[in-house]
Design a protein around this ligand. Structure first.
Ligand SMILES: NC(=O)c1ccc[n+]([C@@H]2O[C@H](COP(=O)([O-])OP(=O)(O)OC[C@H]3O[C@@H](n4cnc5c(N)ncnc54)[C@H](O)[C@@H]3O)[C@@H](O)[C@H]2O)c1
Length: 370
């Protein structure tokens, strides 16, 4: 009588997801014979937009993989220097990671799966103006780490990871501010933050041209209404002038009341990140930076919208109070005041709803005083 070995079942734990078949290593990344694992990496995943993107991707459930086929998202890895809230879903892993630590970024991105990367980790504009060396380390070196890790995760030049980079309209500026800036405007940033975003956009274009990865930059207007407390962004007042009055408190306004500024809503931005990821590469051409459409908002308009919303919802709101700050107004003077988002619209990216609707969305998502 001969002994028959029982069948062997091998389970491998990769990035939180379990795969159960034997793998082949091709061009640096591991794939199995039949199917491969889809892993999403969100840098800045503990932040405002990164954490909302994570939630949206969990609901979305799938993304286009490097193969061009849609695949179920098996795991989402959030990288951030800090995480304010607790984990919410077994598919999500939170890794405390300094983005300028090249080895940590390479480890997190890995070569073990079909990867999609959303690079959002960044110092904000006000901080970059005050801490130049740190701005280069975090926004430039950190960006390069992410881009090189994406390159290392590529299998072949036909199956490239998609990389979405959160850029900013701070790429625009100049001695004379044009009436409106479009995807064909020259980038003349007037802040260190804008300079780092511009360089990362150019790197995305070049890495994509070289077939290192398939990159796309979403050039974001200021995103309203950011919940929580004011931050160190020079545009912090843009959310504050809605958020604080809606919470029943007065908001100090560091800029002129007629200052025009391009703004959009956070729901639209999250939808745009995902839509930009999903766009066929053939539609994009060599310039991978797409300016998202924006409303031109002034504090005066914000006041009118707040008054309407207050009536509609029966809210007792705070006031926008003049607290002029030369430093902040000086930075804002070098920024774009209007954005022509027609290329994004042509590509099928979403447009923001009215400012009033954005405020209603904020109240639905984050609540207010009554
Ligand atoms: N919110 C906006 O109005 C706006 C406008 C234009 C562009 N953007 C860009 O969108 C992205 C997301 O913005 P957000 O509003 O969610 O900002 P956020 O500040 O809430 O999130 C950025 C995250 O990056 C993390 N981070 C900063 N330095 C880091 C480091 N050294 N290592 C690891 N993580 C680090 C922070 O901890 C933070 O959680 C950023 O790249 C930002 O520049 C935002």
């Amino acid at each position: 009588m001969s002994w028959i070995a029982p069948p062997i079942h091998i389970e491998l734990q990769i990035g939180g997801a379990i795969r159960d078949s034997i793998e082949l290593r091709i061009g640096g990344a591991i794939r199995d014979k039949g199917k491969s694992i889809m892993k999403v990496v969100i840098t800045g995943g503990g932040g405002f937009l990164g954490s909302m993107l994570c939630e949206a991707l969990l609901k979305h459930g799938e993304l286009t993989a490097p193969s061009g086929n849609r695949q179920r998202i098996e795991s989402i890895v959030l990288l951030d220097a800090l995480f304010p809230s607790l984990p919410l879903d077994p598919r999500v892993t939170r890794q405390v990671c300094e983005i300028s630590d090249r080895e940590a970024v390479f480890d997190a991105v890995g070569t073990d799966a079909d990867v999609a990367i959303f690079h959002l980790a960044s110092m904000v504009s006000g901080e970059c103006e005050l801490r130049f060396e740190d701005a280069l380390r975090v926004n430039l070196d950190g960006g390069r780490n992410v881009f090189d890790a994406a390159r290392a995760a590529a299998r072949t030049t036909d199956e490239l990871p998609r990389v979405i980079f959160a850029s900013s309209i701070a790429c625009f500026g100049g001695d004379v501010i044009a009436d409106s800036f479009s995807d064909s405007s020259k980038q003349l940033p007037r802040t260190t933050y804008g300079m780092t975003k511009t360089i990362c956009e150019l790197m995305i274009n070049d890495y994509s041209r070289k077939r290192f990865f398939d990159g796309r930059s979403a050039r974001l207007p200021t995103v309203i209404v950011r919940p929580g407390k004011p931050n160190a962004a020079a545009s912090s007042w843009a959310s504050g002038m809605f958020r604080e009055p809606l919470a029943g408190i007065d908001c100090p306004l560091p800029i002129r009341r007629d200052q025009r500024h391009p703004m959009t809503g956070y729901r639209t931005v999250i939808d745009s990140f995902i839509a930009l990821h999903e766009l066929p590469e053939t539609l994009l051409g060599g310039d991978r930076a797409v300016g998202l459409p924006a409303h031109q908002v002034t504090p005066g308009l914000a006041e009118q919208v707040l008054a309407q919303v207050a009536v509609e919802r029966g809210l007792k709101i705070g006031k926008i109070v003049d607290a002029y700050d030369d430093r902040i107004q000086g930075i804002v003077n070098g920024w774009a005041t209007a954005i022509d988002g027609s290329r994004a619209i042509k590509l099928g990216l979403p447009q923001p709803p009215s400012v009033q609707e954005i405020v209603h969305q904020y109240l639905e998502d984050f609540g207010s005083v009554t």
